[in-house]
Write a protein of this length. Structure first.
Length: 330
C-alpha cells in the first residue's frame, strides 16, 4: 500500500476510535444525568403507618420534588421484610427500584437457615437514613425506677419476669435478649402482633417490661401510664433527656433501629453517587431533621461505604446475640 494511503487509513481508524469513545462517554454521561427518567419505587417490608413507612414516605416526597419524577412507596409486608427485599434484589440494577433496609433484614438473615438473599453480595448500599433508640419501660405500679432496681427486682422473683415485644426478631425483642444476656436476669419473651397491644399489656401489668419504640412509648411516659427507665442508644435521647442510657446505668446494652436505602447488586456508580448526594441533601433540611427528631430519631446520612460498614457490623453483632441467646425463627 502506498505510504500516503497507509497514513490516511491509520488516521481514519484513529479518528473512528476517538469518535466511538466520545459517543460512548457522552451516552453514558447522558444516561447518568437523565436518572431518574421514569417513576422510582421504594419497596418496604413494613405495613403502612409505622416509623419506617413514615420515614420512607417523607424521603420519597422530597425526592419527587427534587427529581421531578414520581417516587412511589410500596408496602410489601410479610416474612420479616424479606418479600420486599426479594423484589428489590431481583429488580433491574438501574436505580429505579430501591428498597428500605432495616434492622429486621439483618436479623432475618441471621435467623434463616437458607436466606433467599445475602445482604453482603445481593444489595447495593446507597445511604443510611435515620436511627432510633428504644426505651425500657415498665408499668406505673412496678416498684422500680432504675435499671439496677429492675435487675434486683427480677432476680428476687421465683419465676422469670416477662418482657413484651412487637414480634420475633424486632428491635424490642433483640433488646430484651441482649439485656438478658448482659444481666443474667431470667426473662420470658412474650411476642405480640405489633407494639400497640404489647404496650397496653405492660401498662396493665400483664407483662413486666418492654423495650418500646420511642414514638409509641413517649406519649405514654408523658401521660404517666408508663414509667421510662432508660434508653438503648449510645447517647441520651433529646426527647427524653432525663432518662439515662443503659450504658450509663452500667449495662452494655446498645440497640438502635435504623433505616437506609439500597438497590440491587450492580447499581452504576454514578447512580449510587446521585442517590446518596440527593438524599443527604434532604436529610440536611431542617424540617426533615426536625420531623425525624420528633419521632425519637436522628438522621445518619454518610457515604455508601459507611452504610455498608454499618450493615456489616450490625450483621456480626446480632448473629452473635442470636446464637448466644439461642433465638430461633419459630
Amino acid at each position: 500500500m502506498h505510504p500516503i494511503n497507509l497514513r490516511r487509513n491509520t488516521l481514519r481508524q484513529t479518528l473512528g476510535l476517538f469518535v466511538s469513545s466520545l459517543l460512548a462517554f457522552t451516552a453514558c454521561s447522558s444516561w447518568a444525568e437523565a436518572f431518574p427518567n421514569r417513576p422510582v419505587k421504594i419497596l418496604i417490608g413494613n405495613p403502612p403507618g409505622g416509623t419506617s413507612d413514615l420515614l420512607a414516605r417523607m424521603i420519597g416526597t422530597e425526592l419527587s420534588r427534587l427529581w421531578q419524577q414520581p417516587v412511589i412507596v410500596e408496602n410489601m409486608a410479610g416474612a420479616s421484610g424479606s418479600i420486599a427485599m426479594n423484589a428489590v434484589v431481583r429488580s433491574a440494577p438501574d436505580g429505579h427500584t430501591l428498597g428500605l433496609l432495616i434492622l429486621n433484614h439483618v436479623v432475618f438473615e441471621g435467623l434463616a437457615k437458607k436466606p433467599p438473599y445475602l445482604l453482603a453480595k445481593d444489595v447495593t448500599p446507597l445511604v443510611a437514613l435515620a436511627r432510633q433508640s428504644n426505651v425500657l419501660v415498665v408499668g406505673p405500679n412496678l416498684p422500680v425506677k432504675t435499671a439496677a432496681d429492675l435487675v434486683s427486682y427480677a432476680k428476687a422473683q421465683r419465676t422469670p419476669i416477662a418482657f413484651a415485644s412487637g414480634g420475633p426478631g424486632s428491635p424490642s425483642h433483640l433488646a430484651g435478649e441482649l439485656f438478658k444476656l448482659q444481666t443474667g436476669v431470667d426473662m420470658l419473651h412474650v411476642p405480640y402482633r405489633g407494639s400497640g397491644p404489647a404496650i397496653q399489656d405492660v401498662i396493665a401489668g400483664s407483662v413486666t417490661l418492654m423495650f418500646a419504640a420511642a414514638p409509641s412509648a413517649l406519649p405514654q411516659i408523658k401521660g404517666g401510664t408508663l414509667r421510662g427507665i432508660a434508653v438503648t442508644g449510645e447517647t441520651r435521647s433529646a426527647q427524653t433527656p432525663d432518662l439515662p442510657t443503659l450504658k450509663e446505668s452500667g449495662f452494655n446494652v446498645v440497640v438502635r433501629d435504623w433505616q437506609g436505602l439500597v438497590g440491587p447488586a450492580g447499581v452504576p456508580a454514578d447512580v449510587v453517587k446521585k442517590v446518596n448526594a440527593d438524599v443527604r441533601q434532604i436529610l440536611a433540611m431542617p424540617g426533615v431533621a426536625a420531623r425525624i427528631a420528633t419521632a425519637g430519631g436522628e438522621t445518619i446520612g454518610g457515604t455508601p461505604e459507611e452504610f455498608s460498614t454499618l450493615v456489616r457490623e450490625e450483621s456480626v453483632k446480632w448473629k452473635r446475640v442470636i446464637d448466644d441467646a439461642k433465638i430461633t425463627a419459630n
